[in-house]
Design a protein around this ligand. Structure first.
Ligand code: NAD
Ligand code: MG
Length: 386
């Protein structure tokens, strides 16, 4: 029987790559639902190609307009954030690709975890925001949580038997390219434009994660993500700069072995791995050319250049509330930067100042997460407005 897949954030970079892999393997997958925020035209094209049972647009009037345009095509249009939760937890849905960007994906990702789905997690912010609650929901429901983030998928593959035994691992080595600003003179960083920050040398991604890659906040969020996914402490995760993005991450064992996963920088590889695990399917990704490859280079990360990474590591040590505040302030600061309201180096300043202003507290429910997230966003907007 074909797996019925809900593709959350279908119009985005992860969503598009997921649908590409699904289209290459029509005998295995059936698109159950497609969701998008506001881009009705892009969603319409996807609906006509993939014929899902449900489609969701965040805004009700846009959803009504698209529904009228589609007529009786076999797809039911839904709207609003509650519809995201409805399709992700629907009893007829087998697998959920969590490809919404940011905290907007928290509730649907969590709902899929709580409903025991096969959950393909790209939406790292959801795990950063809700850590232990998320992992408890997975444990209670028996959901199969498969990491899509390329580093975490690489670690998942490299862990082999240690995933079951839980023994023998010394460190997780998270690789990061260093982004487009790795060699930019420090004094020039303040003048970096949104387009320069989004011009990633190896990966073609949405604008939010592209800016996160330029500040390396992305790697910071990934450190927190790795701690939850693999049950390790921050001190057991090391970030290594690897500019060509061919080694996607590594596991170092107590016997000195280091196991790495390699591949061309193409998200269809980890997406295909998560879709088909424990089997393997065609992804469309180009094979690595070892004869023509640039040398594999690694270097330590410079925290003076990437202060956002330090903020994230500190938040990871501090606890859940700090991670929520960090993530919320980062989302606000990146949005302000993309709108050219603040400069590139102010992203870190807004996050640090927000972390200083918003007190931490115990987090016991998703309601607590959302409340603190809202407070932190409000504070960050105030800080960014200066
Ligand atoms: P994107 O901006 O390209 O796409 C985001 C998708 O989410 C779109 O379909 C958009 O319509 C939807 N969306 C945005 N705001 C929404 C809202 N408020 N409500 C409902 N839907 C909303 O982003 P992306 O690059 O595909 O990233 C998606 C997630 O995957 C992020 O969490 C990112 O960190 C993670 N990720 C992405 C990549 C990559 O290569 N793009 C790699 C690793 C992890
Ligand atoms: Mg990644």
């Amino acid at each position: 029987m074909r797996a019925r897949v809900a593709v959350m954030g279908a119009t985005g970079s992860i969503g598009t790559s997921t649908l590409d892999v699904i289209a290459r393997n029509p005998e295995r997958f059936d698109v159950f639902a497609l969701t998008a925020n506001t881009n009705a035209d892009a969603l319409e094209a996807l609906i006509r190609t993939h014929r899902p049972r449900y489609a969701v647009l965040t805004e009700a009037s846009a959803a009504a307009g698209l529904s009228a345009k589609l007529g009786h095509c076999g797809t039911e249009m839904l709207s609003g954030p509650e519809a995201l939760v409805e399709v992700a937890a629907h009893p007829d849905c087998d697998a959920v690709m969590a490809g919404i960007v940011g905290g907007a994906g928290l509730e649907s990702s969590f709902a899929a975890a709580a409903a025991g789905k096969r959950l393909l997690l790209a939406n790292k912010e959801a795990l950063v925001m809700s850590g232990s609650l998320f992992m408890q929901a997975v444990g209670r429901s028996g959901a199969t949580l498969l990491p899509v983030d390329s580093e975490h998928n690489a670690i998942f593959q490299s862990l082999g038997n240690s995933r079951q035994t839980g023994t023998g691992v010394r460190r997780l080595l998270l690789t990061g390219s260093g982004g487009p600003l790795l060699r930019t003179p420090l004094e020039a960083l303040a003048r970096v434009t949104p387009d320069e920050a989004c011009a990633h040398p190896n990966w073609d991604m949405g604008r939010k994660i592209s800016v996160d890659s330029a500040t390396m906040m992305n790697k910071g969020l990934e450190v927190i993500e790795a701690c939850w996914l693999f049950g390790v402490s921050v001190d057991a995760v090391e970030v290594v700069i690897h500019p060509s993005s061919m080694v996607h991450s590594m596991v170092e064992y107590v016997d000195g072995s280091v196991v790495a996963q390699m591949g061309s920088p193409d998200m269809r590889t980890p997406i295909a791995n998560a879709l088909a695990w424990p089997e393997r399917i065609e992804s469309g990704a180009r094979a690595l050319d070892f004869a023509g490859m640039t040398p594999l280079e690694f270097e330590p990360v410079d925290l003076a250049r990437f202060p956002c990474l330090r903020l994230a590591m500190d938040a990871a040590r501090s606890g859940q509330a700090a991670a929520i505040i960090l993530n919320a302030a980062n989302e606000v600061a990146v949005e302000r930067f993309l709108d050219e309201l603040i400069g590139f180096t102010q992203i870190e300043e807004v996050i640090a100042e927000t972390l200083g202003r918003v007190p931490t507290r115990a987090i016991g429910s998703i309601g607590d997460v959302l409340e603190l997230d809202g407070e932190a966003r409000h504070a960050a907007r105030g800080v960014a407005a200066g």
